[in-house]
Design a protein around this ligand. Sequence first.
Ligand SMILES: [Fe+2]
Length: 256
Amino acid sequence: MPNPQSPVASDQSRLVAASLRRVPLCGYRKPAPGIHPPHLHPDYLASLKRAPAQPLVPIPQTLSEITGPCFQPHHLRIGADLTGQGKGAPLGQKMLLTGRVLDEDGKPVRHTLVEIWQANAAGRYRHLVDQHAAPIDPNFVGKGQLLTDDEGRYQFKTIKPGAYPWRNHPNAWRPPHIHFSLFGPAFSTRLVTQMYFPGDPLLPFDPIFNGIRDEAARQRLIAQFDWQTTVPEEALGFRFDIVLRGRLETPMENRP
Ligand SMILES: [Fe+2]
């Protein structure tokens, strides 16, 4: 690696800077109204405390925003099989969770980092903050990581999480959900969201899910049951495609 102080290095830096100036920056369009939840959503009490009190400051899209980290397999610390991280099998309904990560033109987002975390089958996270009376499963950590393949595909093996109570309002229960974090090709494509299950009776009552005003956008957070990935006598299949930015982008979860 050249010494950054050397004349050769500074010449290289000038060449790189000059070539970058000639490349037109291709930014991302602004989200359409209603796709992402507002920072302040009174039905979701926590948003009252953390929503910005001042107007947001627009940040122009420069190289810092339209580029991002590139992850390699050796960066992964945990695997994509959440049912194999303990000494035995975790309790609950096994499921294969598959999908594709796409850009707004339907092109695959290749080799991008996808991370999930979730409660166990009884609705309990393995985390100090979670003091719900449901049991911890010693064979279930509840975290997974992978990189998408050449077609933008991903697949996790896990168990279906349980619903859990929270104290947002009287008798409040979060519908079963799986948390997702994706980086995509740029900091502007970063997505942190939650995936839900089809036909869940708790969905109409969940302030986080319903903080998204656009009905079609809300539906994009619900996985589809999938016979093609369902394994006989082993695991149910669910499909959840994710779009990073653009007209059909997957909504963020309600967090600043
Ligand atoms: Fe959660």
